[in-house]
Ligand binder design. Structure first.
Ligand SMILES: Nc1nc2c(ncn2[C@@H]2O[C@H](COP(=O)(O)OP(=O)(O)O)[C@@H](O)[C@H]2O)c(=O)[nH]1
Ligand SMILES: [Mg+2]
Length: 375
């Protein structure tokens, strides 16, 4: 136990959580009894039409460590930022928690997350994807894939390799870390906030620790995750990648030169009277070759790879073959499905999946850096 109790504020964003909030407050208070830290709850409600805030106001009469912040609904991230600013500026919190109101995060896990802070962590994640952590048994393939996909986007696209559960919404964070982060620069409103904040914490060299938790499906109310959140989530991951990785920007520039080579060669070959189904793979292969030389000599030049040049060459050829297959299948598929469009358009569409596959495989395999490798 630390000498000085930490002022800890559990931030619970709510939107239509009337059926959960009272039980959650009770369950948290029960956990607080065994903790020697100074524990508080801050509910950040966005004028929930179901009257969640009224329930909280009633609870406040018997819970002096319970606070309520009201606001307009602008998304989960905006609510968290409002809550965190309040916790830091008005409550002088040392630690804040992020926690859902719907019992997906077990109140019994709060002491374990806080113990990790006591042991020196800055940013503790209640993680579903480290050994011992679980997602609900009853989740179907779609929800499992959805959750996995979100983490893959965050880990490999945004580049937060070292964290297994980047999208978790159950976390304990030292405000000393939050004070170093400019919330205005996160540019997120919705659920993408979780990844944006994690990335900012990592950039600020926070000590991040994952503690296994069992994620429970909500039994009351419904999920507020919307399409807008998913779109922002993906755009945000691209933004982080773009902003933080000069490598990727170089790769895009090389890719753009490949587009010119690809379409230029394709047009030339068609003009020579070659059949378009033959001209397409030749043009693709030509652009892959020029891309390789530019990526090898420029984009990934600083990478320390464990492979010898020869192995790298073989790997690059394998990736090229796959990209060629991807690009050509796209071309054939679109030619058959949309014959009324010009073949240049089909050829162009093939570039997109091929470029993505090319980047990720070459970055994480062919030119894999020996330090800072994805886990
Ligand atoms: N204040 C506020 N809370 C929100 C908003 N969107 C979601 N929440 C809350 O954030 C928590 C997580 O949301 P939930 O719908 O359970 O997301 P899911 O677990 O990903 O399906 C819940 O406590 C919600 O009530 C929002 O726009 N504003
Ligand atoms: Mg939930």
């Amino acid at each position: 136990m630390n000498a000085k109790p930490l002022k800890t504020v559990i931030i619970v964003p709510t939107y239509n959580e009337k059926s959960n909030i009272a039980a959650l407050v009770d369950a948290l208070q029960e956990q607080f009894l065994q903790l020697e830290h100074d524990m508080h709850i801050l509910v950040v409600d966005d004028n929930s039409p179901d009257g969640t805030a009224d329930v909280v106001r009633t609870l406040q009469t018997s819970h002096p460590n319970l606070q309520l912040l009201n606001g307009q609904k602008q998304g989960l991230g905006v609510a968290y930022i409002r809550g965190m600013r309040h916790a830091m500026q008005e409550l002088q919190a040392d630690v804040v928690f992020e926690m859902d109101a719907d019992f997906s995060h077990k109140p019994e896990d709060v002491p374990r997350l806080l113990a990790a802070i006591d042991e020196g962590a800055d940013f503790v994640i209640g993680s579903r994807y480290v050994p011992g952590g679980t997602i609900p048994e009853e989740w179907g393939l779609y929800r499992r894939l959805n959750s996995r996909f979100g983490n893959i986007v965050a880990r490999y696209l945004a580049g937060i390799y070292s964290v297994r559960d980047c999208t978790a919404g159950f976390r304990a964070i030292r405000t000393s870390v939050l004070r170093r982060i400019d919330f205005d620069k996160l540019r997120v409103q919705g659920y993408a906030f979780q990844v944006a904040l994690l990335h900012a914490a990592k950039t600020n060299k926070a000590k991040i620790v994952e503690i296994p938790v069992n994620f429970i499906d909500r039994t009351h109310g419904e999920s507020k995750l919307g399409l807008r959140d998913i779109i922002e989530f993906i755009l945000n991951a691209w933004w982080i990648r773009f902003d933080s990785s000069k490598t990727f920007i170089k790769f895009l520039i090389v890719g753009a030169s490949g587009v010119v080579v690809n379409l230029g060669a394709f047009t030339l070959l068609l003009a020579q009277g070659l059949n378009k189904y033959a001209a397409s793979p030749i043009a693709i292969e030509l652009s892959i070759i020029t891309n390789f030389f530019l990526n090898n000599g420029w984009t990934f030049r600083w990478r320390k790879t464990k492979d010898r040049m020869r192995t790298r060459g073989i790997k690059f050829n394998a990736v090229s073959l796959l990209s060629l297959g991807l690009s050509y299948s796209t071309f054939v598929l679109l030619s058959v499905l949309l014959p009324e469009y010009p073949p240049q358009l089909h050829q162009f569409a093939g570039i997109v999946p091929a470029t993505l596959a090319n980047y990720f495989l070459n970055s994480y395999w062919t030119f894999k850096h020996v330090e800072d490798t994805p886990s």
